[in-house]
Design a protein around this ligand. Structure first.
Ligand SMILES: CN[C@@H]1CN(c2cccc(OC)c2)S(=O)(=O)c2sc(S(N)(=O)=O)cc21
Ligand SMILES: [Zn+2]
Length: 261
């Protein structure tokens, strides 16, 4: 697809030129206003079954750092909440800011966090391939977890200690045996709403499940994310990978439901 990024020329405000859906009716991220969210007592809890997940590799795709999973069976799935069936874990990645400024994609009453973790799942019950699901209205379910500055997160260390291996765009490294269950906060209360990918192709195919409780990340750990580069090894000018987030988009009449009062 067309080259896009987070800079002046190719950033979020320019994406609509190649991806007109950027101005669609269910775009993400959004600003979540808890007082305006509708508490839905019939929303079941979400169940996350990652015990037998198989992580494969960690890579730098020039937009973020991504950990991919084996997804040829239902070994790691999310279900419940707003979801009609189980959705298979495909990958997780992050969005973050520059030094001490914003970084999350979703905001809560305008509050930004330093980073946001996205666990991407696809509806393998209704669609044969990930690509097919990624373009379907009920194809994806992304679990969003806010990351706030605090003392270091022990398990996040495993990831931040591996980032040096994928400094450049296009680099891939072995990353087996990592279970993202360890990245979940203790409380799984959530907001949910119908949305989209927050990056091109911006497909309106995501049921968003955003956890209200953040996890903590230390300054040192954030510094390691910011040592990643948007650029490939052979490019002469090196651009630090930071501020790889899309700002909140118009709600356009959508209802945000809350699993809690
Ligand atoms: C670069 N964009 C990511 C890669 N993806 C991708 C890859 C191939 C095809 C495709 O659409 C057909 C999408 S993805 O679906 O895994 C997602 S989800 C997502 S986010 N921020 O909304 O959680 C970002 C990306
Ligand atoms: Zn994302």
């Amino acid at each position: 697809g067309h080259k896009w990024g987070y800079g002046e020329e190719d950033g979020p405000s320019a994406w609509h030129k190649s991806y007109p859906i950027a101005q669609g009716t269910r775009q993400s991220p959004i600003n979540i206003v808890p007082e305006e969210a509708v508490y839905d007592s019939r929303l079941p809890a979400i169940t996350i079954s990652y015990d037998n997940c198989t992580s494969l590799n960690i890579s730098n795709n020039g937009h973020s750092v991504v950990v991919e999973f084996e997804d040829m069976d239902d070994r790691s799935v999310i279900q419940g909440g707003p979801l009609e069936n189980a959705y298979r874990l495909k990958q997780f990645h992050f969005h973050w800011g520059g030094k001490d400024c914003d970084g999350s994609e979703h905001t809560v009453s305008g509050k930004t966090y330093v980073s946001e973790l996205h666990l991407v799942h696809w509806n393998a019950v209704r669609y044969r391939t990930f690509g097919e699901a990624a373009a379907a209205p009920d194809g994806l379910a992304v679990l969003g977890i806010f990351m706030e500055k605090g003392d270091g997160h022990r398990d996040l260390h495993t990831i931040t200690d591996a980032l040096y291996m994928v400094k450049f765009k296009g680099s891939v490294a072995n990353f087996k045996g990592f279970n993202p269950k360890c990245l979940l906060p203790s409380n799984l209360k959530f907001w949910t709403y119908p949305g989209s990918l927050t990056t091109p192709p911006l497909h309106e195919s995501v049921t968003w499940i955003v956890l209200a409780e953040p996890i903590r990340v230390s300054d040192k750990q954030m510094t390691k994310f910011r040592m990643l580069l948007f650029s490939a090894e052979e490019e002469e000018q090196r651009k630090r990978m930071e501020n790889n987030f899309r700002p909140p988009q118009p709600l356009k009449g959508r209802t945000v439901r809350a699993s809690f009062k």
